[in-house]
Design a protein around this ligand. Structure first.
Ligand code: ZN
Length: 713
């Protein structure tokens, strides 16, 4: 039965860039949306930037801009990054919109009217210098349990204890450094205990229906054991968010209006007229109970409580529908460890896109993603090998090996029919892959990819066995050759149909080549026969390990340029959980690293004083060698005259494969660049070269007579 489904991805926080940890979330949900559509369901897919909170307010202040300007700039980056990863939202909004304010107010008023709101004074740490109540992550001090210094206000990263920030020893404000004082203020609460029985029933009901993973339900049950305490939903000014109606100076905590943002984004979509199958009145059908529509959320395991307790409670308390499913995934690790800025494995989405194809990572993640909360490891070597072996070697190669013969000898036209043996082969393969539909729906993409590659292996074995390149030499075997090419290319089409949700951009190119545009999995049942295909163009090229090395290197560089992150992603205290619900293992990153790929206008003009701040010097190369363990770097030892000897690492190995030949020549370098600690040693400056990078780089020289240490003016 075709279903109507509203799907959401977790809202990225608007004070940082999208990185590969986020991409797991968007790729998982986007693949699901595409697969569900190909299975015949109607899917509306929305998301938004989560734009409120203390972190955003402080970050904007630091950058000297308004929070509105900050979130607008971040929104542009986020939408470009997600679009270029092939994430096909029907609408991507922000939580800082009028639609969201109205819906948040409506839900709040309903909660109040139904008696689910209470207020009481709360003692909280206050920054007397900044005149600001401090969220837990903005307070640091000595852990009261193990006495480690500089631990956050909610949990110790050394011993793992959780505590109240008031218990920290020698606390200080991360914002001003001042010693916080205790101060009382009136807070508003949602009485979660009102919903305890309802939530317990909902959890079990959803578990039974496959809408919640058992791991999630079990975790929540532990939480119920202590009884549900009321949820503190207000924050005092100054705060960037929605002011609570009739309560001047009190704001909704960011986690109140964030999930409402799913509804607001969907409302905007319904009213936009952008989708022919969606009218303004449909908003009610997806947000009120009893209309038979589904609402499916995809989230990471760090925000389970918000989506499976607070959000359903708020919805029910306001007379709205509850989620059909909350699908939770684990975190991304890289090479078996937490993403690390110093190792260059904290990779921004844009940095990845500048070096590698989005579909490659999408495929790799698909091959790793299952329906559990297990973390997903991006093993860079396995990534390279799997893409090269599966996507290029086993999938694209079928088409590239067969298309030429079909064009040369049969005008690009597939045979009108397949003999029984070949047709049975095709039907069996098509039947086998139909299992992928259920695997996609169950989010067991890893199993779906394994099945697809099994069929790809069959296809390649068939091609190898019948060797069209041998048949093509024998004119008496034209009919046989035609059958082999027709079946092989139909294998390719079959695989493409089932791979399409995972690698959408490559699939579009593959279908263009086939002159076909299937929109549903059912299209795979009928092979293409008597049909003319287009000439083959390269669909995907192999990953060169140098591309991965360059991405890692560039991620290290972005660390250099980065302004220190202002805070953890989500501000504010976590729910009173006994355990779990740790803050996301992500950190904010400045936009200083790699910007979106737009045509770059020249930099703004500078004054001569700006130029004078650069200490450019001539130096003579005393030694130059490749660096062990780096594909990119050369280590230079320079004679810089009066400045003495300098060691500089320069990423120009591709352009100068014989570094020893550089000894004795002059180079120009920046002498007053802050020394940079690299994995291989300290780099004391930067050598200038011209070109676009990689092999296209040319060292600058000085004409004869310039001596080491001479200034460049
Ligand atoms: Zn501790």
């Amino acid at each position: 039965m075709p279903r109507e489904i509203l799907v959401t991805s977790a809202l990225p926080y608007a004070n940082g860039r999208i990185h590969l940890g986020h991409i797991v979330e968007y790729v998982q949900s986007d693949i699901w949306v595409r697969a569900m559509r190909m299975a015949g369901h109607t899917v509306h897919y929305v998301c938004a930037d989560d734009a409120h909170g203390t972190s955003i307010m402080l970050r904007a202040e630091k950058e000297g801009i308004t929070p509105e300007a900050l979130i607008e700039g971040v929104w542009k980056e986020h939408t470009a990054d997600l679009r270029d990863f092939g994430v096909g939202f029907d609408h991507y909004s922000s939580t800082h919109t009028e639609a969201n304010r109205e819906l948040t107010y409506a839900i709040w008023r309903a909660l109040e009217a139904n008696g689910h709101v209470e207020s009481k004074p709360v003692k909280q740490l206050f920054d007397p210098e900044k005149q600001l109540f401090l969220p837990d992550r903005f307070i640091k001090g000595e852990c009261p349990v193990c006495h480690s210094k500089d631990q956050y206000g909610d949990a110790c990263e050394v011993c793992g204890s959780t505590y109240n920030p008031i218990d920290l020893i020698d606390p200080y404000s991360v914002v001003s450094g001042a010693k916080p004082v205790e101060k009382e203020s009136l807070h508003f609460f949602v009485k979660l205990a009102d919903f305890e029985a309802l939530l317990k029933g909902w959890l079990e009901d959803r578990r039974a229906a496959g809408g919640l993973q058992s791991e999630v339900v079990n975790k929540l049950k532990e939480w119920f054991a202590d009884g549900l305490r009321s949820w503190d939903v207000s924050r005092d000014a100054p705060y960037f968010g929605f002011e609570i109606p009739d309560q001047p100076g009190k704001y909704f905590y960011v986690w109140v209006d964030a999930p409402v943002g799913y509804f607001a984004a969907f409302k905007e979509l319904c009213e936009s007229g952008r989708k022919p199958d969606l009218k303004p009145a449909d908003f009610e059908r997806f947000t009120q109970p009893g209309h038979g529509t589904d609402m499916v959320h995809f989230i990471g395991k760090d925000i389970i409580y918000f989506h499976t307790l607070f959000w359903p409670a708020m919805l029910h308390g306001a007379g709205l529908r509850m989620p059909t499913a909350v699908n939770v995934h684990g975190f991304l690790t890289v090479d078996g460890a937490k993403m690390s800025k110093s190792r260059g494995t904290f990779v921004n989405a844009r940095t990845y896109l500048e070096h590698l194809d989005a579909d490659w990572l999408r495929y790799y993640l698909a091959s790793m993603l299952g329906p559990t909360l297990a973390d997903i490891d991006l093993d860079l070597k396995a990534f390279e090998e799997r893409v090269n072996s599966h996507l290029v070697g086993k999938w694209v190669n079928i088409a590239s090996r067969c298309a030429g013969f079909l064009h040369k000898l049969f005008d690009g036209r597939l045979a009108d029919a397949l003999p029984d043996a070949e047709r049975t082969r095709y039907d069996n393969a098509a039947k086998k892959l139909e299992a992928c539909s259920a695997l996609y729906e169950a989010r067991d993409y890893a199993a779906a990819m394994r099945l697809i590659i099994e069929v790809a292996d069959e296809a390649n074995a068939y091609v190898a066995e019948h060797a069209p390149w041998v048949l093509a030499k024998d004119e008496s075997k034209r009919a046989e050759l035609h059958v082999v090419l027709t079946l092989a290319l139909n294998y390719f089409r079959l695989l493409t149909i089932w791979l399409a949700p995972a690698v959408p951009a490559t699939a579009v190119c593959a279908f263009e080549f086939l002159g076909d545009a299937p929109t549903c999995f059912d299209a795979a049942r009928t092979p293409l026969l008597g049909h003319t295909i287009r000439p083959f163009k390269a669909l995907a090229t192999r990953i060169d390990p140098k591309q991965i090395a360059a991405m890692i290197e560039a991620s290290k560089e972005s660390l250099q340029a980065a302004v220190p992150a202002s805070s953890a992603p989500h501000p504010g205290p976590l729910p009173q959980a006994g355990e779990g619900a740790k803050p996301a293992s992500v950190a904010a990153q400045s936009p200083a690293s790699s910007g979106p790929r737009s045509p770059a206008p020249g930099p703004a003009t500078i004054s001569i004083d700006d130029f004078a701040r650069l200490d450019l010097r001539v130096a003579k190369v005393l030694a130059c060698e490749a660096v062990d363990g780096s594909d990119k770097l050369l280590r230079f030892e320079l004679d810089a005259g009066e400045l003495g000897k300098r060691q500089i690492f320069s990423g120009i190995k591709a352009a100068y494969p014989e570094p020893s030949k550089l000894v004795g020549r002059n180079v120009v370098f920046i002498a007053n660049l802050a020394p940079r600690k690299m994995r291989f040693g300290i780099s004391e400056g930067m050598i200038l070269s011209a070109g676009s990078g990689g092999g296209d780089l040319f060292l600058l020289d000085a004409d004869h007579g310039a001596v080491p240490g001479a200034t460049v003016k």
